[in-house]
Every structure is written in structure tokens, then in C-alpha cells.
Design a protein around this ligand. Structure first.
Ligand SMILES: [Zn+2]
Length: 279
């Protein structure tokens, strides 16, 4: 009896996911972008990011002078907040406080994450700051994802290296996850920012859901303030990161049910020469 009930439940879930997938695919207006402004917390001038539409998510570095204040201000605006966790890079870049490195024991990683999280109240997810070395390593990534699962947080892989295992491990552990497709301002130049933003829009029209990451540089914030007001005319919707990850998860499950094999509709990885290699 229990077996029949379970089979019926599985069948109903499959039907539901199938229709969600069909409606997502057949919607002519499905292009969606999510934008994360990270590296927030060190400079007062970064507060200009609060003028952006509230669907733009802010990712705040832990233990910085403005971690707590920025986090609370974002929450008041009903804007999503993420914790921007510094992770060891191949380039030996300075990581700042709250960093995770490859020499740390799993228990130390969890303690560091827990303390970082306390300095950014209201955080509902995490993305990595740098991390080109750490995100390639299985044990620290598994420890990180297990911590996020315990805290009910999602993960966005900044993909500072194309060899990152972070997204894959996040999926294996079973937390809500996605990855960055475009760095909007890796080069701080208005023409480059414009090019990258247009690339984000192109990818959204092709793959439906993409995540872009930018930084609180005055040039980026000024550009985005303008560009984001013109999205409606282009048939592109700006949504909060958590909303995007939920819809990515549904599509992933629906596709998995259809194909009965682990594939991802979010495989939007079109590396360019401008993708940083040593962050
Ligand atoms: Zn960063």
C-alpha cells in the first residue's frame, strides 16, 4: 500500500515538473537575469549600490567596517543579501578577514563560516570572493556546502576558474545553487562594461536564466542604474538571485526526470578571454 502511494506521489511530481518545464520553455518572455554586486563592505562610497533596483542582490564581505550596516540597510529595502566568502586563490591574492584556505581543517572551515555569517546578518546565500584554488578542491568545498545546507543557505559559484568544482558539489550535497555566467566589470572601462552587459542579455535570451556579477565601482553602478531601467523594452526580467536559483532547480529536476540522467539547463559557460584566471 505504502509502495503504491509512493509511486503515485512520484508520478504526480513528475507530471508537475514536466508542465513547469514546458511552460518555462514555451514562454516567449522567459529571459531572466539576476545581478550580484559583490565586494561590498569596505568603502562608504559603495552605498551607491543601494540606489539600484531592489532585485539586485548585494554580496557583502565578512568582518569589514560596513558588513553589518550594509546588511541591515539592504534588509530594510527588502533586498537580498549574500555573504561574500574570501577563498584562497592561485594568485596568492590578499584575502582579507574570514577567508577559507586549503590548509584548514573542516572544523576550522565551519567555524570561520559561522563567524563570517554572524557579521553579515540577513544573508540568505553565499558566493566566493576569489577562490580559484579552493573551489578546485573537493574536501573544503564539501565542508562548505554541508555548512550551507545546515544553515539553509544557497550558493552561487563566482567561477573564478573554469575548473571549479563548487557548483557540482553543491548539487551533490543538495543545496540550491547556480553559477556566474558573466563578469560585467572585470575591466573597469565603460565600453567593456557595456559589452559585457549586452553579452549577459544575449545569454539570457539564449538560455533563459543567467547570473551576472559586478562590483561597486562608480562606473559600474552608474552604468547599471541606466541599463537596468531599459530592460522591459528588451523583454528581459531582472529577478532576485534566490528566485532565479529556485527556477533553475525546478528546470534541473524537470530535465532530470525527462532524461533520467543528471544534466543541467544552467550550463551557460561561455568562457571569454576576459574571464579572470588568477582570482
Ligand atoms: Zn569578490
Amino acid at each position: 500500500m505504502r509502495l503504491i502511494k509512493k509511486t503515485i506521489e512520484q508520478f504526480c511530481t513528475a507530471i508537475l515538473l514536466f508542465f513547469i518545464a514546458i511552460s518555462t520553455m514555451s514562454s516567449g518572455n522567459a529571459a531572466e537575469i539576476a545581478i550580484i554586486i559583490d565586494d561590498m563592505g569596505n568603502a562608504r562610497r559603495d552605498a551607491k549600490a543601494f540606489d539600484l533596483p531592489k532585485e539586485v542582490t548585494l554580496s557583502i564581505l565578512p568582518h569589514t567596517p560596513l558588513s553589518r550596516q550594509f546588511s541591515q540597510r539592504a534588509a530594510k529595502q527588502q533586498r537580498e543579501v549574500m555573504l561574500h566568502v574570501p577563498m584562497e586563490s592561485l594568485g596568492n591574492n590578499r584575502l582579507g578577514p574570514g577567508a577559507i584556505t586549503s590548509d584548514m581543517h573542516p572544523q576550522a572551515i565551519k567555524q570561520t563560516l559561522s563567524s563570517a555569517l554572524k557579521s553579515v546578518p540577513h544573508a540568505i546565500g553565499v558566493n566566493n570572493h576569489m577562490g580559484s584554488k579552493l573551489t578546485q578542491l573537493t574536501l573544503p568545498m564539501k565542508t562548505t556546502m554541508e555548512f550551507l545546507q545546515e544553515e539553509n543557505l544557497f550558493f552561487v559559484d563566482s567561477r573564478t576558474t573554469r575548473f571549479s568544482k563548487a557548483s557540482k558539489i553543491a548539487q551533490e550535497v543538495g543545496i540550491l545553487s547556480g553559477h556566474r555566467s558573466v563578469f560585467i566589470d572585470h575591466v573597469i572601462d565603460p565600453d567593456h562594461i557595456d559589452q559585457q552587459f549586452k553579452r549577459l542579455i544575449r545569454l539570457a535570451k539564449k538560455y533563459n536564466q543567467v547570473i551576472g556579477i559586478a562590483h561597486p565601482y562608480p562606473q559600474s553602478l552608474a552604468y547599471l542604474e541606466n541599463a537596468l531601467t531599459e530592460l522591459d523594452g528588451q523583454g528581459v526580467r531582472l529577478i532576485p538571485v534566490s528566485e532565479m536559483l529556485k527556477s533553475i532547480e525546478l528546470s534541473r529536476k524537470a530535465q532530470h526526470q525527462q532524461n533520467n540522467q543528471p544534466t543541467s539547463v544552467t550550463g551557460v559557460v561561455e568562457e571569454t578571454k576576459t574571464t579572470p584566471v588568477s582570482l
